[in-house]
Write a protein of this length. Structure first.
Length: 404
């Protein structure tokens, strides 16, 4: 399954930049018409505070993410009942994981995964967060630094994801980049030139999004949200936001243009997309051997009842054998269930998206072994699922005293 991110927020008030008075220039003794015309043209956007405060870059990034997701949806092999795109499609597009990026050497995924999303809700959550943070931050620090933080935080988020998540867990989403912007807004909130209302407003926004994005790491991150990407992005965003204060004590002296940064990022993404296109057909052909998102059972009862059909049609898919094991457990056929669980782990070891199935099979097998009084085997089998932090599955293992 792919990791995701999304939060809600509130609309921001105008930035302090809107309220800075423009000093009246002292007229020179002689001004040529051509000089005056050039001066007025060159300062049109800088002196027009309404244009300066419109978050064009934020809006442009949101439209870009929506456009890319529309392309993803049209090309997806299948879409699940909950609106999630098939994980095999995400892998073909450029989803990243340690096994894919490091194990297979497909480094180009680092430049694509932050632009992809796994579902409608995933995209909407990220775009809402990006807009609410962006309308506050972009006019404050300028588009140049804003674009640099977004790109650097996206890459740092990928690094955090690869280091923190299970090796076989594919992930997509702009959450690392957005959390970097959230951290930058938190740092920029302490601008001594801002009034109290602006400072409080910026702090509230950054904490509203930042706390749920990072706090779960303190309690053992679990589920589908990529908290490790959040952590990597936050570190990069905070570092880049605080650097101008250490050097200049102000954001005003920084270049405001984002042109070269975005052009370089766009060129890099195109190069990565070229590599993805070269691998696309082979990944999509391989996807035909796995259960489609629209066919996945919705609950344990459906997993058991449909397991024979699924394992017959998709013998290579480790999830089909996991469902079959659940059926045998319900039938009290523990030997057959153990065989299916070990088959699941074997198939998942060679499957680029098999990490979640392998970990789930280990957790179920650990409980099965414990029920058969094979305590030492059960504890050894539970080691990986306990480290992977399965949420509900981990709590079951902890209750059985198999973790820790």
């Amino acid at each position: 399954m792919a990791t995701t991110f999304g939060r809600r927020g509130a609309v921001a008030p105008p930035s302090r930049v809107s309220f800075q008075p423009v000093a009246a220039p002292i007229a020179p003794a002689v001004v040529r018409d051509s000089d005056q015309s050039d001066s007025e043209e060159g300062t049109l956007f800088r002196e027009n505070k309404l244009l300066a405060d419109i978050p064009f870059l934020t809006i442009g990034l949101i439209f870009l993410l929506i456009l890319i997701y529309g392309l993803q949806s049209n090309l997806a092999i299948s879409i699940g009942r909950d609106g999630s795109l098939d994980v095999r499609s995400l892998i073909a597009y450029g989803a990243s994981s340690y096994d894919l990026v490091v194990g297979k050497g497909e480094w180009w995924r680092i430049g694509l995964a932050p632009l992809l999303h796994g579902s409608n809700s995933h995209l909407i959550g990220n775009c809402v967060a990006l807009f609410i943070v962006g309308v506050r931050l972009e006019p404050l620090i300028g588009r140049g630094l804003f674009s640099l933080i977004f790109i650097a935080s996206a890459l740092a988020g990928e690094a955090g994801s690869l280091l923190g998540n299970a090796p076989g867990m594919p992930g997509v989403g702009a959450s690392g980049a957005i959390t970097g912007l959230i951290a930058a807004l938190f740092v920029a909130s302490f601008d001594p030139e801002a009034d109290a209302d602006q400072t409080i407003s910026r702090l509230k926004t950054s904490l509203f999004f930042g706390i749920p994005a990072l706090l779960p790491l303190a309690f053992g991150a679990s589920g589908n949200t990529d908290y490790y990407a959040h952590a990597g992005g936050a570190l990069a965003g905070a570092a880049l936001a605080i650097t101008p204060w250490l050097a200049f004590r102000s954001y005003d002296s920084l270049p405001r243009s984002a042109g070269m940064t975005m052009i370089a990022a766009f060129a890099g993404s195109l190069i990565c997309a070229g590599f993805a296109a070269g691998h696309y057909s082979s990944y999509m052909a391989d996807a035909a051997q796995y259960i489609r998102a629209s066919e996945l059972p919705a609950n344990a009862r459906e997993m058991a009842s449909r397991s024979l059909d699924l394992v017959t049609r998709y013998p290579k898919d480790p999830r089909a054998h996991l469902f079959r094991a659940i059926f045998f457990i319900e039938q009290k056929s523990f030997g057959a269930a153990e065989t299916e669980l070990r088959t699941t782990m074997s198939l998942a070891a060679s499957d680029v998206a098999g990490g979640p199935a392998r970990t789930a099979a280990q957790a179920v097998l650990a409980e099965l072994l414990l029920a058969q009084k094979r305590d030492s085997e059960a504890k050894a089998m539970a080691a990986d699922p306990c480290r992977a932090r399965l949420g509900k599955g981990q709590r079951i293992l902890e209750k059985s005293k198999l973790c820790g």
